[in-house]
Each structure stands twice: as structure tokens, then as C-alpha cells.
Design a protein around this ligand. Structure first.
Ligand SMILES: [Zn+2]
Ligand SMILES: [Zn+2]
Length: 260
């Protein structure tokens, strides 16, 4: 692995502190590119508290911190400022308006909730309801069509336990859209290390059928995750089994250029 674009910081309330340690771990691993992509703040209405993301007021500090790392380590490793963001149609325009005045360069799509989070359900909750699966797919398609997302993180976060046929039909459509938008799909190492329901074999199978490109993402919430080469070995074996093309790097879709 030479690049990891999926890295969190303590600001999301569930990652280990010490941004320097993440950079040093990445260098020890031999990465050439380290992208920070902490959970984006979201301009939700007053009274809605989202506990797994930084507050809007923390965004300048997040950016300053990573700019400091760029200054300190930039000659040794390329460090990028990104965010992992959901596409919530109701609040996304306001979010992008906020991001325009920051040095945030790229967005990863991580559709953790359907709807607008304030009115939807957690995507990773087991469900047999095809409406949830359909909502997830249609929302993620809309997200990709904005052209603002660099890649799709853990696309198989949706935990549909209903009929295989329905899953296949919906997810094939989603992956076809990713392919036509030129958006790589992530094989998520955190899910693998944690024994979660993703990355799933049915995702890899459908992604291969649709000729999608994939990218590995550590989804590091701890510097140690950047040093865990066992996950890479496991992911290489799995993707090889399905004949998937794994990208080493992805061109970042620069939101500052795109939002101008
Ligand atoms: Zn995520
Ligand atoms: Zn993440």
C-alpha cells in the first residue's frame, strides 16, 4: 500500500488522539500519501446532536492541525485534508457552502444514515426492509452524481438481510452508477479487523461483475491500524479471488475547484 485516504482524529469522539502518531505510523508503513478524512461536521438544526462527528466550530482547528502536519512532514510524506461525509440532501448545500471557506480538499462518501440522519435510520443496522436498501442506494447514487466525492467508503455498510435477489438488483445498480461516475469503491479494513458485516463477499462479487475499481482504506481510528499489514494481505487475497482491480492511488476530486 502506498496511500491511505481514510484516517480519523479524536474530534469524532471515537478515535485515538495524537495526529502526529498517525503520520509517523504511515511513514513507518512506507506510505507516500496519508489523507485525513475525519467525520465531517454537519449543519444540523439546533437541538440535533450527532455524537460521532466534530462540531462546526472544530473544523478550523482540524484544518490548522493538518496544515501543521503538512509543514512538519511534507518533505517526507504527502498529507491531504479531507472529510468523510454523508450525503444528506437537506443539509448538504449548506455543508458545501461552509467547506468553500476552508482548505478541505476532498470528500469520501460514507453514507452512515439514510434520509438526513435527523429523520433516517443507521445504514449499518440489520434490516430486511427493501425500502431501507432502496433508500440507501438511491441516496448514494445522488451523492455520486454531485461529482464531489473522491471515493465511496464501505459501500457495503448497508446491512440488508432480506432476499439475495433484491440485494443484488439494488446493489448492482449502485455499483454501475459508481462505475459510470468513475468512483472507486473501498474495501474497508476497519470492518475486516473488527469482524463486522463488511467488507462482504457479495459486495466483492457484484463489484467485480460491474467492473468497478476498488481501493483499500484503513479507516484508521488508531495509529496502529496504519501498521496492520495483515489486513492488507487479507484484502489482497480476497480481491484477487474476485479478479478486482485495486488502485494504489486515486486522483482527488478537489472540492475547492469544483465548488468555485
Ligand atoms: Zn465510515
Ligand atoms: Zn471512517
Amino acid at each position: 500500500m502506498i496511500a491511505n485516504y481514510h484516517t480519523h482524529t479524536w474530534r469524532c469522539n471515537h478515535a485515538q488522539p495524537g495526529e502526529n502518531r498517525y503520520v509517523r505510523a504511515a511513514m513507518e508503513r512506507g506510505l507516500k500519501i496519508l489523507g485525513f478524512s475525519d467525520h465531517t461536521p454537519y449543519p444540523f438544526p439546533r437541538g440535533h446532536l450527532s455524537t460521532f462527528r466534530m462540531r462546526i466550530a472544530q473544523l478550523p482547528g482540524y484544518c490548522r492541525c493538518i496544515q501543521g502536519l503538512q509543514e512538519k512532514y511534507g518533505s517526507k510524506i504527502q498529507i491531504e485534508i479531507g472529510l468523510e461525509a454523508e450525503y444528506y440532501p437537506k443539509y448538504f448545500p449548506e455543508l458545501t457552502a461552509i467547506l468553500r471557506d476552508t482548505p478541505v480538499t476532498y470528500l469520501l462518501l460514507g453514507q452512515h444514515f439514510t434520509g438526513n440522519e435527523t429523520d433516517g435510520v443507521y445504514s449499518g443496522a440489520p434490516t430486511e426492509d427493501p425500502r431501507v436498501l432502496k433508500a440507501y442506494c438511491s441516496q448514494a447514487k445522488d451523492a455520486m452524481q454531485t461529482g464531489l466525492f473522491t471515493y465511496f467508503a464501505h459501500p457495503d455498510l448497508i446491512h440488508f438481510l432480506g432476499s439475495d435477489e433484491v440485494y443484488r438488483a439494488e446493489m448492482s445498480g449502485l455499483f454501475r452508477e459508481a462505475k459510470s461516475c468513475g468512483i472507486p469503491l473501498e474495501v474497508n479494513f476497519l470492518g475486516m479487523a473488527d469482524g463486522r458485516h463488511y467488507p462482504s463477499r457479495r459486495f466483492l462479487e457484484l463489484a467485480a461483475e460491474e467492473n468497478c475499481q476498488v481501493i483499500f482504506g484503513c479507516d484508521a481510528h488508531d495509529p496502529a491500524a496504519l501498521l496492520d499489514t495483515a489486513m492488507e494481505a487479507k484484502a489482497r487475497a480476497l480481491t484477487k479471488e474476485y479478479g478486482l482491480t485495486v488502485l494504489d492511488t486515486v486522483p482527488l476530486r478537489n472540492i475547492q475547484t469544483l465548488l468555485r
